[in-house]
Design a protein around this ligand. Structure first.
Ligand SMILES: *[C@@H]1O[C@H](CO)[C@@H](O)[C@H](O)[C@H]1NC(C)=O
Ligand SMILES: *[C@@H]1O[C@H](CO)[C@@H](O)[C@H](O)[C@H]1NC(C)=O
Ligand SMILES: *[C@@H]1O[C@H](CO)[C@@H](O)[C@H](O)[C@H]1NC(C)=O
Ligand SMILES: *[C@@H]1O[C@H](CO)[C@@H](O)[C@H](O)[C@H]1NC(C)=O
Ligand SMILES: *[C@@H]1O[C@H](CO)[C@@H](O)[C@H](O)[C@H]1NC(C)=O
Ligand SMILES: [Ca+2]
Ligand SMILES: [Ca+2]
Ligand SMILES: [Cu+2]
Length: 761
């Protein structure tokens, strides 16, 4: 049912756009250009299949053919008991997911840097074995692709023991069975009170459920609070709580044994819906009537005004300046490979600037959203979105809204809860963008008269995940002087709950009977920088005022500003608690020096509104112990690939991955290092979050910036640089390439038809 939810949202967005789009452009074209200028060369570079075998595709997500091959191999090996995960009951065996198993770094580098044969391409399959006396979850590595011949159970080697079955992520089928339990078996028992409060009709489907997480209070629990909302068609249900929340125990492998353990209704708790109904009939329940306003309400995303003039567009007057081949992006300055972890989300690999590798991997690891409130749903929620899947919940990018109209859009193939691969169209976009801002400039009117400058153009890699109500826009932005910026924006709907009692302690009222519940958003990133090679050192620099006798006037003192420099030796020294003191500058460096004798480094600059982590005495804190640190640098380990796990959400009390374990006082001097970065913000929903949270201001992330890595600002070599002196004719094309624009950019962009990747079913 949650699938419907975000699908409906998209319909609205797309319809709104389509209605105004094309007609408008035609009209403008006619008015401004009686005779149309020539078309610009290949306006929108389409992504090209991988054709050059020398171009590494080590990090490319599995193709449809590879996914199909893995699935048929598994079907052969695991026997006839395997059930399609879309239909599987808890007591069945099914393949939950198949995705790329990342190659070991040493083997990948041997191939990329030393011409060794590429490591075997492998898949990682997560299999639920529910149909055996001791059900378990098993991780299987399957290879080599494209024709698998082996399958290795890596569960014990990776997790030190079996993965208990109760840690398994939810299947859509499990939701459907709970939905059925609630609507067919349970709600009819409270038909009277629900009719009164919530326009309920027996057999009608005007309500939907949303899941809380985690699911219980201790390891082994599988008992989830579900909140009920009006099923508003074509818009977010998230703003329409009716004040009913149900605790469902669905631990038993047989859905017939699932039960409702507790009922929350508009501020009070009941043992069952039957008890609620009985008290209602006895006149003991104070019912707040929640109007069902249907689809036309103020929360609709449908435009309330007719389309106006087209907003500004960017185009490539001389063709795109980058290319996308398979999963590899190449521009004149940058190359990188990209992918989408089914659960971990967007990631890039082998990132090179002017041919030199800066990072082996930069990847999202987890998103944590911690709520507060006075209803059980709001009180309970600590969503660890990896457990749902940042890739699994990725959405198509809508041309001209999610990315520039002329961006390059790339599909993603996946095999999740199904027996055949499926395709998410336009899952990624890559584009070059003129920021309309100088990257640098100087205008001189003193001593001599000249101007020098460079417009900031960036290369952007983007994807978007819609995790139920929230939409996260994931960006990696490549700047022309060697800096990389990683950030995410949050948009979409807030989650709201029924407003009663001391609700304002937990947020702001945003509608009639509706509380926008306070919450935090925190993201964790893995940043495997390789600065001038694998062996790196960590430097902390800061400022200090040092009292100094003034040399020419020694009886006076001056507070002299100095730089303090320290090389950090251990993982403990390089783990900086959120809210604690951290050095203002922290960078990873090689032992090579630049021309001026300084270690060549890359600085990690975090742009963050640090949120308080879960208190360490919370029994589930270890599942998100990465949240303790703003930044931590550890030795890279093949056995520590991720700071979180798809299994942490459903058993946070015995976390499958506890990031704090990575920090065990090992040396970080001259080792292959990984920096782990946390970025987040506090969100107290307010009136302007209705109907949607806007991206503006709701964005955090970090920069990776060259720090003595070069001998000078490398953008000085940019072909986009502009320089002219007073005695030169700045209007001449030979002196100033911008003066050529009227000639070289006098073409009309060749706009492709509007496209949207469609809705899944
Ligand atoms: C989990 O179940 C599978 C399938 O029966 C079995 O091969 C595997 O050994 C079990 N894992 C553990 C750790 O017991
Ligand atoms: C919600 O309403 C739509 C139509 O408005 C209907 O198609 C859908 O089945 C309903 N969803 C649920 C979960 O009842
Ligand atoms: C919702 O409906 C009620 C009565 O049905 C009406 O009083 C109220 O103004 C409506 N609210 C909105 C936001 O349309
Ligand atoms: C840098 O470190 C590498 C590996 O530890 C070593 O081989 C090399 O000699 C060092 N170079 C300098 C300039 O210290
Ligand atoms: C870390 O190791 C150093 C020696 O390398 C030792 O002096 C220090 O006490 C250790 N710290 C912790 C927290 O174990
Ligand atoms: Ca360690
Ligand atoms: Ca590294
Ligand atoms: Cu929020």
């Amino acid at each position: 049912m949650f699938i419907f939810i975000f699908l409906s949202l998209w319909t609205l967005l797309v319809m709104g756009r389509e209605e105004g789009g094309t007609g408008r452009e035609k009209g403008v074209g006619k008015k401004c250009h009686p005779s149309l200028p020539p078309r610009c060369p290949s306006g929108s570079p389409s992504d090209q299949p991988w054709t050059h075998p020398d171009q590494s595709q080590l990090f490319a997500d599995l193709s449809q053919e590879e996914l199909t091959a893995v699935m048929s191999f598994l079907t052969q090996k695991l026997g006839p008991d395997l059930v399609d995960a879309r239909q599987a009951q808890p007591s069945d065996n099914c393949v939950f997911s198949v995705e790329l198993q990342l190659p070991p770094k040493a083997a990948a580098l041997a191939h990329l840097d030393r011409g060794s044969p590429p490591p075997a391409r492998e898949a990682l399959a997560i299999v639920f074995f529910g149909g055996q006396p001791q059900p378990n979850v098993t991780e299987l590595v399957v290879g080599p692709l494209p024709q698998p011949s082996y399958m290795r159970d890596v569960t014990v080697e990776r997790h030190g023991g079996p993965l208990p079955y109760y840690r398994r992520p939810f299947l859509i089928r499990e939701y459907q069975d709970i939905d059925q339990l609630i609507f067919d078996r349970e709600l009819p028992q409270a038909a009277g009170v629900l009719h009164h409060c919530c326009s309920y009709k027996q057999g009608g489907r005007n309500l939907v459920i949303l899941t809380a997480a985690p699911r219980g209070v201790q390891s082994g629990d599988r008992a989830t609070w579900f909140a009920l909302y009006y099923n508003i068609s074509g818009s977010g249900i998230f703003l329409h709580p009716v004040g009913l929340e149900l605790l469902v125990d669905h631990k038993a492998l047989d859905p017939a044994q699932w039960t409702i353990q507790k009922v929350f209704f508009q501020g009070r708790y009941y043992e069952s819906l039957a008890q609620l109904e009985k008290q209602f009939e006895a006149g003991q329940v104070n019912v707040v009537v929640i109007p069902d306003n249907g689809t036309g309400g103020s929360w609709s995303l449908k435009s309330r005004v007719p389309p106006g003039p087209t907003p500004p567009l960017q185009f490539h007057p001389q063709g795109a300046r980058f290319s996308v081949q398979g999963s590899r992006v190449t521009s004149s300055l940058w190359t990188f490979s990209f992918g989408l972890g089914a659960f971990s989300g967007p990631r890039i690999f082998d990132v090179r600037f002017q041919g030199e590798r800066l990072a082996y991997e930069i990847s999202l690891q987890e998103i944590l959203v911690v709520y507060g409130g006075n209803t059980p749903f709001a009180m309970m929620n600590r969503y660890m979105d990896r457990g749902f899947g940042m890739g699994k919940f990725a959405t198509p990018l809508t041309r001209g809204v999610d990315c520039p109209y002329l961006a390059t859009y790339v599909d993603w193939h996946f095999l999740l809860e199904s027996q055949a691969p499926r395709t998410l169209h336009d899952a990624f976009c890559v584009f070059e963008q003129n920021k309309g801002l100088p990257l640098r400039r100087h205008h001189s009117d003193v001593f001599s008269h000249y101007f020098g400058g460079l417009v900031e153009t960036v290369l952007v890699f983007r994807s978007v995940s819609s995790l139920y109500n929230y939409d996260y826009v994931w960006d990696v932005i490549f700047h022309p002087h060697g800096a990389i910026q990683v950030k995410f924006h949050a948009t979409g709907f807030i989650t709201s709950v029924f407003h009663f009692g001391a609700a304002r302690r937990y947020g702001n009222q945003v509608r009639e009977n509706t509380l926008g519940a306070v919450h935090t958003h925190s993201a964790h990133y893995k940043v495997d920088l390789d600065v001038g090679g694998l062996e790196n050192w960590v430097w902390a620099e800061d400022m200090a005022f040092v009292p100094t006798a003034i040399p020419w006037s020694p009886e006076h003192q001056i507070q002299t500003l100095q730089v303090t420099r320290k090389q950090l030796e251990t993982e403990e020294q390089a783990a900086f608690p959120l809210g604690g003191a951290s050095p203002r500058h922290l960078y990873l460096a090689s032992n090579q020096s630049n021309k001026w004798g300084h270690p060549r480094g890359y600085r990690i600059q975090i742009i963050n509104e640090p949120v308080e982590p879960l208190p360490q005495n919370s029994p589930m804190e270890r599942a998100v112990s990465w949240g303790r640190y703003q930044l931590a640098v550890t030795q890279r380990k093949e056995t520590e690939p991720s700071s979180s796990s798809v299994f942490n959400q459903n058993d946070p009390w015995t976390p499958t991955v506890d990031f704090a374990d990575f920090i065990n006082n090992e040396t970080i001097a001259g080792k292959d290092l990984v920096a782990w970065v946390t970025a987040g913000f506090l969100h107290i929903p307010h009136a302007e979050d209705i109907p949607n949270t806007v991206t503006v201001g709701n964005s955090v992330g970090f920069f990776l910036r060259p720090y003595n890595f070069f001998d000078e600002d490398s953008s000085i070599n940019s072909a986009d640089s502009i320089y002219f002196r007073e005695d030169q004719d700045a209007g001449s094309c030979e002196v100033n390439s911008l003066a050529c624009l009227p000639q070289v950019a006098a073409c009309a962009p060749d706009l492709p038809a509007f496209s949207h990747g469609g809705f899944s079913s």
